[in-house]
Design a protein. Structure first.
Length: 202
């Protein structure tokens, strides 16, 4: 990894394991400038006790409604104060950012990228793992390959430019539950996250 420094803001609202992966890696933890998580995130106690001097904001998930979303986006347009990040990395972030908010980040030269549990050009949206599992059971997964990707976030949901992806060959006789598939994808997402950050730094 080069000596170039970038500042990463990590957003999460899911299990929290992807953020934990970044914070536990000494190559990347010192690049993190902000943590923004919802009150629904798991591993919250770990994040609170291991974020050190990194500002940690816990967002009340009740704002993610049609009425509350403008309030959230107004608060988080300039969440960084005087310490603007170069990249916002959505790691298990389950809420869609509006075109207006994405435009604001772009104008301020903040790149927004997202970890999505599906391969490029395949399953879109929050139920991507469930639909992959359904197709796996039905024998509809092409070449029995599933995976995840990191892509640039745009107004076109889960269709932005792909930065990197992971491909996993699966067997429906061995993956017998949705949670087993979810765990398999998450396991292979960790090196994908590391590769993406290394790419961004370089």
């Amino acid at each position: 990894m080069s000596d170039n420094r970038i500042k990463l803001a990590l957003f999460g609202s899911g299990s929290g394991t992807s953020i934990r992966h970044v914070l536990s890696d000494p190559r990347f933890s010192n690049l993190v400038s902000h943590l923004v998580v919802t009150d629904m995130i798991r591993n919250r106690e770990y994040l609170q006790s291991n974020c050190g001097d990194i500002p940690l904001t816990v967002v009340d998930s009740s704002v993610f409604t049609r009425e509350g979303r403008p309030q959230f986006e107004a608060l988080y347009q300039n969440f960084w104060g005087d310490n603007r990040p170069d990249v916002i990395f959505l790691l298990g972030w389950n809420y869609i950012l509006s075109d207006e908010l994405l435009s604001f980040y772009s104008k301020n030269e903040v790149l927004v990228v997202n970890l999505h549990p599906a391969l490029p050009g395949s399953y879109v949206g929050g139920d991507a793992v469930q639909r992959q599992f359904n197709d796996l059971v039905a024998g509809k997964i092409k070449d029995n390959v599933v995976g995840s990707m990191v892509h640039v976030v745009t107004g076109n949901l889960d269709r932005g430019t792909v930065i990197d992806s992971s491909r996993v060959v699966v067997n429906s006789n061995l993956i017998t539950s949705l949670e087993e598939l979810r765990a398999l994808l998450k396991y292979h997402e960790k090196p994908l996250i590391s590769n993406t950050i290394t790419h961004l730094v370089n």
